[in-house]
Design a protein around this ligand. Sequence first.
Ligand code: ADQ
Length: 489
Amino acid sequence: CERQDEKPFRQRLLVVANRLPVSAVRRGEDSWSLEISAGGLVSALLGVKEFEARWIGWAGVNVPDEVGQKALTKALAEKRCIPVFLDEEIVHQYYNGYCNNILWPLFHYLGLPQEDRLATTRSFQSQFAAYKKANQMFADVVNKHYEEGDVVWCHDYHLMFLPKCLKEYNSEMKVGWFLHTPFPSSEIHRTLPSRSELLHSVLAADLVGFHTYDYARHFVSACTRILGLEGTPEGVEDQGKLTRVAAFPIGIDSDRFIRALETPPVQGHMRDLTERFKGRKIMLGVDRLDMIKGIPQKILAFEKFLEENPTWRDKVVLLQIAVPTRTDVPEYQKLTSQVHEIVGRINGRFGTLSAVPIHHLDRSLDFQALCALYAITDVALVTSLRDGMNLVSYEFVACQDAKKGVLILSEFAGAAQSLGAGAILVNPWNITEVATSIAQALNMPPDEREKRHKHNFAHVTSHTAQEWAETFVSELNDTVVEAKIRTRQ
Ligand code: ADQ
């Protein structure tokens, strides 16, 4: 959120997201240290420099005492961040429960939880109540800091109830809402008990954005089929009020990656890594350790490739870097153990005294190490089972202008629509197909690699995070002006 140069800002922007872009660690009664956290939304919005942005969100910690809250508020203010304080019970019900256990899997086509029906219904109701309460708490903080003319940009499935709460405070507030995950087919959304209330709340926004036209289309279909509203080419109409619905595919700050490659620390990392894996082709996976990322499927496909291509066994290595997330949720703990078990088995099966085929790290890498890894990679493997966009694929392409490596990309990632022509697209559920694609990528002739890379590099460097944010905000401004004109007519 900080700005380096002196150009005047165009407008004040209140970015509201569940998490602030920093994690706070308490060092004493009134002292805190702040660390930037990894994640797609953070990466994208760090590239946005045109607006005087304030970020409103939860700092990821429970701060029950007033002294701690005051000190944290002060420390965050220096980073232009404003905290929303949520207590443990709300976090448990709203964040772990409704957001991560219900909406996240549902929006990624993994369905609703399959527990005992009655228990699910009961916990569902209390979780939805907590979700609404938490959204209201976000709205209270936004309203306190709102100044006339501000643009309020709400992010993601955690805050679907927020547009309604904000408009109830002030119907003149310019409110946009953007979803970073897929919006599923209306037949999937239809299974959600609170389906209608959530759709109505989102429709209170002036502008609703998605990564792809498909997600936007699914949302409009849900509104027409479930709510019986009218879909128009611009969006959805409800009792004369038009909510504009459109696709705004996100990008990255590609220059930041390209510039980093020239810096001594990144060059140093590149030399070390190249030396470390000399004589072997490098395949790379970088993901949050989440079930939607298809990490077990990816590793099993790599095993199949090794099985079927014995001559490659000592000539290729898979580096899988997985940042642990939501570590207190049992499904995520199970996934970590499952990945460790598969990696251990495959390394036992194909490793030698001097080398193993898979290096798996459960941790976040710093920006320089990440850039170096992207740059020395021969083949990147993005095998998400579903993914709103997937920025790792963009970051890899940005760092590959020298090497022109190959991107293997899931057809179920939003990025398949923008990078599909340059990548090898795969169905991540089809292990055999992914294994065959690995062989195709490793054997691809240089002229074909160059042609594919050129296409993707042109896209990644011309569709940036900055352009994404500017387009969304200017569309939001225009939408509000047009709505006023329509009302006057
Ligand atoms: P994510 O699910 O977090 O984002 P993605 O878009 O791939 O997924 O972004 C991950 C970000 O975290 C990247 O910037 C990457 O560099 C970083 N990261 C991942 N693993 C890392 C590691 N081990 N070390 C350091 N950094 C790491 C959500 C949606 C996506 C959507 C984005 C943005 O799920 O579909 O693309 O928001 O809208």
